[in-house]
Design a protein around this ligand. Structure first.
Ligand code: ATP
Length: 274
């Protein structure tokens, strides 16, 4: 039996307990529980409007729940300096609101300060700059490192944001639709980079939001599936990403495939139905 008060352990990177969220008089999330431990790689799946981005907002120390508790890296939201906490969280956010013409290197360096723009009176160390360049190479942007944000394609921005998220050597990595806008080769390279974290940064925990099962990295270990702001299933990826659960969450008959570590989904056509 699960206890109402979660048993927070040393390797718990993130604990959401009975989280609800209300906006404009409407409850968007209805009692979400999630515990992510060091080294676990979670997928957060669910149809449009299910509440995925809202959940990521708590994990990123950007919003507080209406009721329930959120502990990020051992700190309870509401009792902690959120800006300071964000420095330990890598967040790839498709709504990154950068307006100024920062170069790729400068964008990556803002991952260290946890800010959108380069803060005034902040100068990176030579080591931080070297690290930024190494990350830019890792995401395949080596020949675009001096390009400025407004001149970059959506895919190039996506890669830069992944390098930015890794710049602070985060303990928690949040990837909200990180492959959106990437071509197939860039997507595969990015998934390889993410899978590589299991080796290069084995203690990093991650949560990846996607609409496409094909975009789940092989290293995905767990999944939380939500629909209409409520949990449909949570646990080991092999137990949760099944035809039955995905069909239930998306309210549509879907056949889920799993081959050589990668996932796929397709609708059951009428002629295939029993
Ligand atoms: N600023 C807001 N004001 C009111 N309602 C909001 C606001 N932002 C989101 N919502 C509502 O909250 C619900 C959950 O939204 P959220 O963006 O978390 O879903 P999502 O699962 O990330 O969706 P998608 O897959 O479409 O990105 C939706 O019904 C949405 O309309």
């Amino acid at each position: 039996m699960t206890s109402a008060v979660p048993d927070t352990k040393a390797d718990d990177v993130l604990v959401l307990s009975q989280v609800t969220f209300r906006r404009d008089g409407r409850e968007i999330l209805h009692g979400i529980d999630l515990t992510v431990r060091a080294g676990e790689h979670w997928a957060l799946l669910g149809p449009n409007g299910a509440g995925k981005t809202t959940i990521v907002g708590f994990c990123a120390a950007q919003t507080h729940p209406t009721t329930g508790t959120v502990d990020v890296l051992g700190k309870r939201l509401g009792r902690v300096d959120m800006q300071e906490l964000r420095r330990h969280i890598g967040h790839v956010n498709p709504r990154h609101s950068l307006r100024s013409p920062l170069s790729v290197v400068d964008v990556v360096l803002t991952g260290i300060t946890g800010t959108i723009d380069t803060p005034m009176r902040w100068t990176p160390t030579a080591e931080q700059i070297d690290h930024a360049h190494a990350l830019i190479d890792d995401v395949g942007l080596g020949d675009r490192r001096t390009s400025t944000w407004p001149t970059m394609s959506q895919g190039e921005r996506g890669r830069a944001l992944v390098a930015r998220a890794l710049a602070s050597d985060p303990e928690l990595l949040l990837l909200d639709e990180p492959t959106t806008g990437l071509d197939v080769a860039a997507r595969e390279q990015l998934l390889e980079t993410i899978d590589g974290l299991a080796v290069t940064a084995p203690n990093v925990a991650s949560i990846l939001v996607t609409h496409h099962l094909e975009e789940l990295p092989e290293s995905t270990s767990h999944a939380l599936v939500i629909a209409h702001g409520a949990q449909v299933a949570s646990g080991s990826v092999n137990d949760v990403v099944t035809s039955e659960i995905i069909s239930r969450a998306f309210e549509h008959p879907i056949t889920v495939g799993h081959d050589a570590g990668r996932w796929s989904a397709r609708a059951v056509r009428a002629r295939e139905a029993p």
